[in-house]
Ligand binder design. Structure first.
Ligand SMILES: Nc1ncnc2c1ncn2[C@@H]1O[C@H](COP(=O)(O)OP(=O)(O)OP(=O)(O)O)[C@@H](O)[C@H]1O
Length: 269
C-alpha cells in the first residue's frame, strides 16, 4: 500500500495565552487525517475551530504539542519541503513584478536565472497572465493577484498543496473561475491537496473528500464524506445537481450544530 502524501496522526495543539501565560487553549485534539497522493481533501468547520492550525502543522510551520506528521511515509522534521502553501492573505512582494514574484521561490532554491524565468513565464501563461509578467501587484486586480500567487505556489512543483481559504477575498464570479482553474490544473498533475474553507459549497464542489471539524476547544474531525460527483466538474454547474444537494444536506446536518456552537463561543468571548 502506498503511504499517504500527508498523514496527521493524533495531532494535538495547545497554545499558551498571550495575555495570561498560565492559561492554555487546546485548539485541536487528537486529529488523525490522511491525504492520499492525488487526493483533494477539504476541511470545513466553524470559525476558530483550528483549521489554519492544522494546515500550519502540515506545512511544518507549527510543531504539534503531541502527535506526529508524516509526508509520504517519512516523519516531518522542520518545514515541509514537499508542500506548497497558499494563504488567505496576499503573499506577493509589492516591490517585485508578477514575474519576479513567481521566480522568487525558484531563485531561492538555486535555479539558474534563465531557467527560473522560463518556468515562471510558463506558469504565468498557464494561469492566464501571459502578458502581465511586468506588472506590479498593485497594477493587478484581486483575481489576477490570486492567479499570480497560484503560479508562485505551483511553479515549485510541490507534491502536496496546502490551501487556506485562498479565494475568500474574491467576488463570487472570480472565485468560481479560480476554483475551476485550480481543478483543471489539479487534474493535469494530480497532486495531493489539503484545502481549508469555511464554505461548504466550495468544499463539496472541489473535493474528493470533505472532513468536518467540531467546534473548539479540542476540535477534531466528526464526519467524513466521500464526494462521488463525477469529474471534470464545473463548480457552478455541479451545485445544482441532485447529488450535490443531497451531499450538502448530509454534511450540513453534521456541521450545523458545530457552527452554532462556534458562533455562541465567539459571542461569549
Ligand atoms: N499562536 C497562537 N497562540 C494562541 N492561540 C492561537 C494561536 N494560533 C491559533 N490560536 C487559537 O486557536 C484557535 C484555532 O485557530 P485557527 O486560526 O486555527 O482556526 P480556524 O478554524 O482557521 O479559524 P477561521 O475559520 O476563523 O480562520 C483559535 O481560538 C485561535 O485563537
Amino acid at each position: 500500500m502506498t503511504a499517504p502524501a500527508l498523514s496527521l496522526q493524533d495531532v494535538t495543539c495547545t497554545f499558551i495565552s498571550r495575555d495570561d501565560k498560565t492559561q492554555r487553549y487546546t485548539a485541536v485534539r487528537d486529529v488523525t487525517l490522511d491525504v492520499a497522493p492525488g487526493e483533494f481533501v477539504s476541511v470545513v468547520g466553524p470559525t476558530g475551530c483550528g483549521k489554519s492550525t492544522l494546515l500550519n502543522v502540515a506545512a511544518g510551520l507549527l510543531a504539534p504539542s503531541s502527535g506526529q506528521v508524516q509526508v509520504f511515509g517519512a516523519p516531518l522534521q522542520g518545514l515541509n519541503a514537499r508542500a506548497g502553501y497558499m494563504f488567505q492573505a496576499e503573499s506577493l512582494m509589492p516591490w517585485r513584478t508578477a514575474l519576479q514574484n513567481v521566480t522568487a521561490g525558484l531563485e531561492f532554491r538555486g535555479t539558474p536565472p534563465a531557467g527560473a524565468r522560463a518556468q515562471a513565464e510558463e506558469w504565468l501563461r498557464r494561469v492566464g497572465l501571459g502578458g502581465f509578467g511586468d506588472r506590479y501587484p498593485h497594477q493587478l486586480s484581486g483575481g489576477m493577484r490570486k492567479r499570480t500567487s497560484l503560479a508562485q505556489t505551483l511553479v515549485l512543483d510541490p507534491d502536496v498543496i496546502l490551501m487556506d481559504e485562498p479565494f475568500s477575498a474574491l467576488d463570487v464570479q472570480t472565485r468560481q473561475l479560480m476554483e475551476n482553474e485550480v481543478l483543471a490544473l489539479w487534474a493535469e498533475k494530480k497532486k495531493a491537496v489539503l484545502f481549508i474553507t469555511h464554505d461548504l459549497d466550495e468544499a463539496i464542489a472541489m473535493s474528493d473528500r470533505v472532513v468536518v471539524m467540531s467546534a473548539g476547544p479540542g476540535s477534531h474531525p466528526i464526519g467524513e464524506f466521500t464526494i462521488d460527483l463525477p469529474r471534470p466538474r464545473d463548480v457552478a454547474e455541479v451545485r445544482v445537481t441532485p447529488r450535490f444537494v443531497e451531499l450538502h444536506q448530509a454534511i450540513w446536518d453534521v456541521l450545523r450544530e458545530e457552527v452554532l456552537k462556534g458562533y455562541r463561543q465567539q459571542l461569549a468571548a
